[in-house]
Design a protein around this ligand. Structure first.
Ligand code: LLP
Length: 424
């Protein structure tokens, strides 16, 4: 459930009419709902807390899904930790008030500098993804005179997810240590005085709608935990990643957080580990919309009808990149029979097409629409392609709203480039 609802025919974000935001902030703009973010966090937390073996589990929001400081602060206030994949994301999580001991540092290509930064920041754990990385981490930790907690990310050879480009657990994917190499690597980490292996991690993909592949991966981690313990090694934590899908309206049904928690509890029951989860999309996707205005309707003699919006692929790249489905809704409910529209933006390539033949009620130039499900992997993946200003972000909380990232001015955009002396 989200808090973007029609009241008297006008779409609101909580108590704020989206028309008001379009008038004050302009379009395109991302709009996030505090009540929806906190609701999603609590639904997951309560689902986990319902099981004895998951009590106190760490929910570490995947910062990559939405890294706006206001969004992170909203979740931090609820008790969320952070799953991070770069120094920049660690800096954002800390700046938003996430305690260092609730920050997990993941990623296949952490630089020595980033590892040193994470150690100095005192993050909860560093998820190591390869033997080469373990060697570098040991060297960096030795130089720092530290012994950080590490988890080994296992590649379980179980890939899953909504699109080939967001599957991460498959055998050929770049992520994680193959299970058959991980046991020896864990022992190697345990033998080093410069790292403390605390557990195992996995993340097999994103927008996963069926629990079976997740269960297979979790069972593998549980089995490996037992094997490592039988060898006298300590395993106290399992980081089960993110990946649970969300219902993008019109898309597939997905497993619920309650079913996900119950499945996980079945697998971990009796194992005595601290569990951690790294949801991104589940918390943020349906807590945000991309608000856009119709520039014009282009009708062709052959009957083709283009809805040309002021939002483009640089603002929301998921349809172009993953053929992702985002529902488009008019901000003011319109009567009239739906008709098919090709929904496009102004960017100069055909990839800048959000949907083809999408049935919508009759719309006109100047009308407002939203893309729903845009709170995760929306603004964070935006760019200034075609020198379009980076799309602003707005956070709504009940009747109030704040611009939490302003649209840059033309002067700010141009001032970032420098023309060398010899060209002046
Ligand atoms: N943990 C790790 C280690 C990850 O790599 C990811 C996402 C997550 C957690 C969070 O996954 P989630 O719960 O959001 O599914 N840009 C793509 C999604 C890429 C996901 C990458 N990893 C999209 O727009 O669909």
């Amino acid at each position: 459930m989200d808090h973007f609802q029609y009241r008297d025919g006008a779409l609101h974000a909580e108590d704020v009419p989206l028309e008001t935001l379009a008038a004050t902030v302009g379009t395109p703009a991302y709009v996030y709902s505090t009540a929806t973010l906190t609701r999603h966090y609590r639904v997951l937390r309560d689902a986990l807390e319902a099981h004895a073996c998951l009590k106190g589990a760490l929910v570490a929001f995947a910062v990559k899904a939405n890294s706006n400081l206001a969004v992170l602060a909203t979740l931090a206030r609820e008790g969320s930790g952070a799953d991070t994949v770069s120094e920049g994301e660690i800096r954002r999580a800390l700046a938003a008030g996430v305690p260092a001991d609730r920050i997990i540092f993941s990623g296949v290509g952490k630089t020595d500098g980033e590892l040193a930064f994470a150690i100095a920041a005192g993050v909860r754990q560093i998820n190591v993804e390869s033997a080469a990385e373990l060697d570098r981490l040991i060297a960096v930790a030795a130089a720092a005179g530290a012994a950080p907690a590490v988890a080994l990310r296992v590649n379980p050879k179980v890939g899953a997810g909504g699109h080939a480009k967001i599957t991460t657990g498959g055998e050929g994917d770049k992520f994680g240590v193959p299970a058959d190499e991980a046991l020896a690597l864990y022992a190697r980490a345990a033998a080093s005085p410069h790292v403390v292996p605390v557990g195992l991690a996995c993340h097999i993909g994103s927008q996963i709608t069926d629990l079976a592949p997740l269960e297979a991966a979790f069972r593998l981690l549980a089995d490996m935990t037992r094997t490592l313990r039988s060898q006298g090694l300590e395993v106290t934590r399992l980081d089960l990643g993110g990946g649970l899908g969300v219902p993008y309206s019109g898309g597939a049904q997905t497993a619920s957080p309650a079913d996900y928690a119950a499945m996980t509890a079945r697998v971990l029951d009796g194992l005595e580990v601290e569990a951690a989860f790294e949801p991104g999309r589940l918390l943020a996707a349906n807590a945000g919309v991309l608000l856009s205005r119709v520039i014009q309707i282009t009708e062709r003699a052959d009957g083709r009808r283009f809805l040309v919006l002021d939002a483009a692929m640089n603002d929301l790249v998921r349809p172009a990149m993953y053929d992702a489905f985002h529902e488009v809704k008019p901000v003011v409910a319109r009567d009239g029979d739906p008709r098919p529209y090709d929904i496009v933006g102004p960017v100069c390539e055909t990839g800048d097409t959000f949907a083809r033949g999408r049935p919508l009620p009759p719309l006109a130039a100047g009308d407002l629409v939203v893309f729903t499900g845009a709170g995760a992997y929306g603004a964070v993946m935006s760019s200034e392609y075609n020198t379009r200003p980076l799309v602003p972000e707005v956070l709504v909380d009940g009747p109030r709203h704040a611009v939490v990232r302003p649209r840059p001015t033309w002067a700010e955009m141009l001032a970032r480039d420098h023309v060398p002396e010899w060209l002046r």
